[in-house]
Design a protein around this ligand. Structure first.
Ligand code: ZN
Length: 120
């Protein structure tokens, strides 16, 4: 059976879905899909479009993010960077508190010493 223009258009747009999936939708055999793809120079290699960056990739999208590997890694890096910022803020606060305590202890020590000398 001859392929219709609509079917060929579908094949062009969905080549990345793979032969089996296209055959299923069009009600054609996998062999028929493969030979049409060859005829039009289309690659049936499985690919996915990342909704984040819009790139076509040949590795499945992450089930967690629904994004490509690169976008998923980028997100992970952002989260780590956020954690680092929070930890650094905590360190700075701890340092501030420690410096203040040190300063107060010194002041206390000096005041006591002074008092002791005055009462001699
Ligand atoms: Zn992406």
């Amino acid at each position: 059976m001859k392929w219709t223009t609509r079917e060929i258009k579908y094949l062009e747009e969905h080549a990345g879905d793979g032969a089996a999936a296209i055959a299923d939708v069009l009600g054609r055999s996998v062999r028929s899909v493969e030979s049409q793809a060859r005829r039009f120079g289309l690659s049936l290699r499985r690919s996915w479009q990342c909704p984040k960056c819009g790139m076509r990739v040949h590795t499945p999208l992450s089930p967690k993010t629904g994004w490509c590997v690169a976008c998923t890694r980028e997100l992970r890096n952002e989260r780590i960077a956020e954690e680092v910022r929070e930890l650094q803020e905590e360190v700075r606060r701890e340092e501030r508190v420690n410096r203040e305590r040190q300063r107060l202890y010194s002041a206390k020590h000096r005041a006591k010493k002074k008092l002791k000398n005055m009462r001699k």
